[in-house]
Design a protein around this ligand. Sequence first.
Ligand SMILES: [Mg+2]
Length: 417
Amino acid sequence: MLAIILGSVGILLGLFALIIGVTTTRHIGKRDPVAVPNIWRKVLRIKSRPVHHLSQDSVHTERRERIAFIANPTKDGIAELRELSMRACSIRYMPEPLWYFTTVEDSGEGQARQAISDGADVVVAVGGDGTVRGVAAAVAGTGTAMGILPMGTGNLFARNLDLSLSDAPAQMRTIIEGEEAEIDVVWLYVERHHKAQTERERHLCLVIAGAGFDAEMVAGTDDKLKHRIGWFAYFLAAIKFTSDARMEASVSVDDSKPVMSQMRTVMIANVGNLPGGIKLIPDASVTDGELDVATLDARAGVVGWTDLFGTVMAQGAGVKQPEVFKAYRTSRIDLARGKSVDIEMKQPQKIQVDGEFLGTGTAIRAEVAPGALKMRVPKANKASGPATEAAIVEVYGADGAVSGESPEVSASKVVDA
Ligand SMILES: [Mg+2]
């Protein structure tokens, strides 16, 4: 009796072990075609997944590009991002990414040029608007693609492109597998008089440049405060300068006859959105091949300033200032659009570009370079056609995670970097 029971248990255990053995072997065989000998594959009827199927989701890209990252080493989390980049490239059988670091003297332009001459196909700015601007200055017009891993306080350009600001794996996917959008940039030529000589400097503008009140705000903003409360600091700084005299300047769009007028500030914009949902130039576009010029004026002290801020807020809500009332109001905004603009100022004025103070100058010429930046943006859902602004918004607005491998997949295939 005991022998029969023991025998049955033995047979059951044996069957159980056989089932586990076969299941495990089949599982391994399906995943790895060389792990199980052919004879066993036939006996156990193991069909391995075709190799291209393996690469369809996680190793989608056909690109075998070398990616260079230009990072601001003072930002937190650089080491983690570097590791993530190594992993993301190695699971796709791409060359090991190159990493360069910005310095106090060079915010990314020199490093980006070095990366291009070292053979990089994509140059990525890892940092705030300063790093982005430095890298873009080197990359613009070269045909080399550019990406952004935003890490600043403002991230104005990244926000205007609707790039993810916090999801690192999604940002990495966009850089490696994203579409390329041809983005306009604006070149500024700033003139200053120095010891009876006129100096002319070239600067890149991706977001917005300005002279007068706008630049006073940037120059007057406490850096520590900016770190703590972000863009609100600029508005606090604005209060200090509201009683200053207005500036006088002539503005000429596309070499038309210059128009002389008084104003608080004149701004040249590549994009239209300012932080805090303020739409300075509601229908500005980074892909229309044109730049936007805005002159802002406020008279009659606080009344005029309140009126001006009200007008800017109303614009954001889609309400435009009617032409007929402009002459009677205490504030006005004039907008123009073109390929270039020349601004000549009666007195030297403070100048800023993308939130960086450039000192004082007497004249600015700005020219748009249409489609000069090949920017990696999130992949559109539809496979056809180049990414348009609408597509960028559509994809990122819908869900943060764009198609491609999930973060778990990359995490499970960690390769020693
Ligand atoms: Mg434009």
